[in-house]
Ligand binder design. Sequence first.
Ligand code: FEO
Length: 406
Amino acid sequence: MKTVQIKPDIYWVGAIDWGVRDFHGYVTPNGTTYNNYLIMDEQITLVDTVKHDFSEITIDNIRSLTDPSLIKNIVVNHIEPDHVSSIDKIMELTPDAMIYISDKGKKGLERSFDISKWNFTVVKSGDTIKTGKYTLLFLETPMLHWPDSMVTYVKEAKLLISQDAFGQHLATTARFDDEFIECASHAELEDAIVDYYANILMPFGQLIKNKIADIQKLGLDIDMIAPDHGIIWRKEPQRVIESYLRMANGGAALRVAIIYDTMWHSTEHMTLPLMQGIKDEGVDCKVIKLRATPMSVAIKEFWKSRGCLIGTPTLNNIMFPTIAEYLTHLRGLRPKNRIAGAFGSFGWGGGAVKEAYEEFKRMGLEIVEPGVQVQYRPSADDELTCYNFGREFAQKVKEYHVKFNP
Ligand code: FEO
């Protein structure tokens, strides 16, 4: 896709990755984009690069606007390979360019490239450069989501180039929020924001709140947010900030996600009375078979819901492997403000439900014990026990949910 002007003399020069479905293990059913931006000022400045597979595309885009050898400055907001792995190709074209990068960014970059001949200016929060009519202000955002991360504010354009923050994995010909909503919907866009936040930013809620507060304290006038993935927020930049704050403050739907796996359908069968009990308490419920669902989708469904019930058969006295993998993945994301319980079936000796609760405790989640365990196939009495546990769990979810929605 050819370049798109996003502000006077500032252009999107990125690439659309329609085909990526596995983004370091994160399933991206809608592909993604690698956004980078060229500021055609007196000093031509490139903000970020793209994944190496797309280096020729971004170079062609730059060439359509200028000779790449005229680029004077390159800002590296983040050194994850999807944004920096074509920098060597760019540097071959403009070897004297100055690279503006955080200290940790530079230390990381030198582990991947021979940087001995490259020029660097290490920047920290508050540093600025003038490119001509534009002033670039750098703000470090460490651990959002890597130690090197920073964002770049283009003052006279009221433009925040926000790196991964506020991004979405969406391959689309729409470059702006209003364009996307016109051909899709707000709901689809919101789902993409939640998906991205849940799978990448969930551990950093407090940092996100602090950083947004810092930016607000600086009084930066922002009328456009341009992330490094997905659409650019030109119509409603406030909308994505509010979504982030809502999630960072524990926002979730009054809903239970039942996430389960099953060997011979006994654990699966238990989901039916559990779901009915939850429903009869007036709480929405979504049932997700983990083995048939990408991990990142199951993470998103967990994050969207106030409560989660994990269903696991016992296999060799421990949790079913898919469930163990899921809970390990979830623990790494340091979930907060959610309430959990477990259920499952076993043959001759249990163990899986107990292990699931141990994982919840390690995560520090609120829990409703002891859950439900069934030997072999659920009997009518077992079904009633499941139904009653579903009701009890839903009641607890409602009580807990009130804390966030007083
Ligand atoms: Fe899109 Fe952290 O890289």
